[in-house]
Design a protein around this ligand. Structure first.
Ligand SMILES: *[C@@H]1O[C@H](CO)[C@@H](O)[C@H](O)[C@H]1NC(C)=O
Ligand SMILES: *[C@@H]1O[C@H](CO)[C@@H](O)[C@H](O)[C@H]1NC(C)=O
Ligand SMILES: *[C@@H]1O[C@H](CO)[C@@H](O)[C@H](O)[C@H]1NC(C)=O
Ligand SMILES: *[C@@H]1O[C@H](CO)[C@@H](O)[C@H](O)[C@H]1NC(C)=O
Length: 436
């Protein structure tokens, strides 16, 4: 890449003055690490990166299937290293831009420049999008050996899109944009692995607590959680499926979806298949149907006919437990006094998402299926997505918590750990203290 070439060149000049430079250039991180927090009011997962010159911490809503990083450039964007990306450049092609912003009739500033590559930043929480300019600026991020954070590394020309202040509506207070980790050539995982030449893999591990940090790794394992458990060593794998039609709020014609889909073949509750219309589990020509994984949905969302069959089967499986009035947005709630507890949460029927074969399934235990809505009420933490949603099953945050998910972009497969509570650890157990 041109940027790393410049960096080397600059460094060889600097070498004449400072021997520290050698240490810096010869340091190639094998992986990077970021903390993930959960906001207790919006239930959004947040992270922050240091961007701009001088560097400032930017709080972002995590968007697993998001196309790229977008930030509000309208308000408070000050940086001496900001660069707009011009139309018809290699970066603009990499971003698959379908349009050029020829003129912006105001003084030039971040987000307003002439002849700039146009993209469509998407607020996937509110399903709103707008026009935005593709831009570049420096970011700084912590490297890791998999066990602790290490040296900070910087990437001079990270591509991102400028959004507007109004696009932030619906995001957590203080957030300045969304960190897109999706399947595009300019999402954060793709750019980091290209810039630092490490494996095209990343992993997320969402904490179930709003008081302790979860973790995200860019690059391959080890992914070590206290007490010294390398979770990357024991994952179950399933193919990631491509959806040829974009699922974004707005998009350029012919654009594929940036989201991560997997093939769920059936759902079992307590080992029994839930009767469903299986054609809803396939992605059709229009890009509708199928199963995706989302960090912006707090709970798994099911198409109405799947939801009704699923909730019915679950209630049958818990027949001995008294039901209580439902608490929105949930449809099945129970008195928790009558439900025992296990290492992996409330003792309720196991839910299996059966994947490529009967022997490969994603098993969901009580900690991930049930939501404690009050001291004596537990609800099944799945919601009704209506009868005509774009995607039939959207696996949401509550079902992902304390599970590590690794996305291998080179081989297009997902590795998942199932509940870490079985292994006596959690996603809040990464040691964020640096080696001294
Ligand atoms: C960009 O390329 C397209 C065709 O590839 C051409 O029509 C257009 O004039 C070019 N724009 C600029 C600003 O060079
Ligand atoms: C873009 O070009 C137009 C016409 O030349 C000019 O009036 C305007 O100020 C320019 N805008 C920016 C942001 O440079
Ligand atoms: C199953 O779902 C498909 C796709 O939505 C629909 O066309 C079909 O009518 C459904 N079949 C039944 C039996 O409901
Ligand atoms: C976390 O890492 C630091 C630095 O290596 C180490 O000193 C500390 O003992 C670790 N904490 C635990 C709980 O292992």
């Amino acid at each position: 890449m041109a940027s790393s070439f410049h960096f080397l060149l600059l460094c060889s000049l600097l070498f004449l003055i400072s021997s520290q430079c050698i240490a810096k250039t010869s340091f190639h991180p094998k992986a990077l690490v970021l903390p993930i927090t959960k906001d207790s009011s919006t239930l959004q997962y947040l992270t922050h990166i240091n961007q701009r010159t001088p560097l400032v911490p930017i709080k972002l809503t995590l968007d697993l299937g998001g196309q790229f990083l977008w930030v509000d450039c309208e308000k408070g964007y000050v940086s001496s290293t900001f660069k707009p990306v011009q139309c018809n450049t290699s970066q603009c092609k990499l971003a698959r831009s379908g349009a050029c912003i020829e003129a912006c009739y105001s003084a030039p500033k971040p987000g307003c420049n002439n002849n700039t590559c146009s993209l469509l930043p998407d607020n996937t929480v509110t399903h709103t999008s707008s026009d935005g300019e593709l831009s570049q600026d420096v970011v700084s991020i912590q490297s890791t050996d998999g066990s602790n954070p290490g040296t900070k590394v910087s990437m001079p020309n990270l591509l991102f899109t400028c959004g507007s202040t109004s696009l932030l509506k619906g995001l957590t207070r203080g957030v300045k944009g969304m960190a897109g980790l999706g399947r595009t050539m300019i999402s954060l995982p793709y750019q980091f692995s290209a810039a630092f030449r490490f494996h095209r893999k990343f992993a997320i591990c969402l904490s179930s607590s709003t008081r302790s940090n979860g973790v995200m790794f860019f690059g391959d394992g080890p992914y070590v959680l206290l007490p010294n458990i390398d979770v990357s060593k024991s994952l179950i794998y399933t193919p990631l499926i491509k959806n040829p039609v974009s699922t974004a709020s707005s998009y350029f014609k012919g654009e594929p979806s940036a989201e991560y889909f997997i093939k769920v073949r059936s759902i079992k509750i307590n080992g029994k298949v839930v009767p469903l219309n299986t054609s809803l589990l396939a992605i059709n020509k229009a890009g509708d149907g199928g199963t995706k994984i989302s960090s912006v949905n707090p709970y798994t969302v099911l198409e109405t006919s799947i939801y009704n069959a699923f909730v019915g089967a679950f209630i049958k499986g818990l027949a001995k437990i008294p039901r209580v009035a439902s608490v929105a947005p949930f449809g099945a709630c129970f008195s928790s006094k009558n439900i025992g507890s296990t290492r992996v949460g409330p003792a309720v029927p196991q839910i299996d998402l059966v994947l490529q074969s009967n022997s490969v399934y994603w098993r969901i235990f009580g900690a991930n299926s049930m939501v404690q809505v009050s001291s004596d009420v537990l609800c099944l933490g799945f919601v009704d997505g209506g009868s005509n949603p774009t995607t039939s099953i959207v696996i949401g945050g509550h079902q992902l918590e304390d599970n590590l998910l690794q996305f291998d972009l080179a081989t297009s497969r997902l590795g998942f750990s199932s509940s870490l509570l079985f292994r006596q650890t959690t996603c809040a157990n990464f040691n964020f203290t640096s080696h001294s």
